[in-house]
Design a protein around this ligand. Structure first.
Ligand SMILES: CC(C)(COP(=O)(O)OP(=O)(O)OC[C@H]1O[C@@H](n2cnc3c(N)ncnc32)[C@H](O)[C@@H]1OP(=O)(O)O)[C@@H](O)C(=O)NCCC(=O)NCCS
Length: 144
């Protein structure tokens, strides 16, 4: 998709968080409601929204200290706009704003190849603690 046909926005100001919440719920990335999602994005160091005219077609965010460490979450692109480089563009826009930081992410097991395709490397030393550990265990997030 020609990048002049969509707009990259990094501010939460004019974003409809109902759309953000809907998109992330639809793809199973987060089930938070729109007000909570607004808080989550406002509290993030980097937020990226992709809009085509008034339609939100992609989203992504990162938490960070802005200097040394960052973590990417909630990368999603609407079905009908996939395979056109928008997902990678969102990640690249985030990485640009985290320049100089070590950047980590975790993803669903089915997307591991995708992030390798986008230049990320698998780590052998990462650990996690999740309140809803059973769910992640069932989905195959843990190796132990
Ligand atoms: C993952 C997602 C964001 C990708 O968005 P997209 O706009 O289609 O991505 P892009 O077009 O930039 O890149 C797709 C590229 O990755 C490749 N790819 C896609 N899935 C892959 C996989 N599992 N393994 C390896 N490569 C993969 C494609 O072949 C394509 O390659 P190309 O650029 O060389 O042609 C999108 O599919 C999505 O929103 N999925 C649902 C939400 C989700 O699961 N997000 C990830 C969890 S954090």
């Amino acid at each position: 998709m020609n990048s002049s046909t969509y707009e990259i926005i990094d501010s939460c100001e004019d974003i409809d968080f109902g759309e953000v919440s809907g998109l992330l719920k639809y793809y199973g990335l987060s089930d938070l409601d729109s007000d909570t999602q607004r808080q989550v994005f406002r509290n993030s160091y980097v937020t990226i929204f992709v809009k085509k005219k008034d339609e939100l077609i992609g989203v992504g965010r990162a938490i960070s200290d802005g200097i040394s460490q960052g973590a990417i979450y909630n990368i999603a692109v609407k079905d009908e706009y996939r395979g056109k480089g928008i997902g990678k563009r969102i990640v690249d826009e985030i990485l640009k704003r985290l320049s100089g930081c070590n950047v980590i992410l975790y993803t669903h097991p089915k997307h591991i190849g995708l992030y390798e395709h986008w230049g990320f490397r698998r780590m052998s030393t990462s650990y996690a603690r999740f309140p809803e550990e059973k769910h992640y265990e069932q989905e195959g997030f843990f190796t132990d």
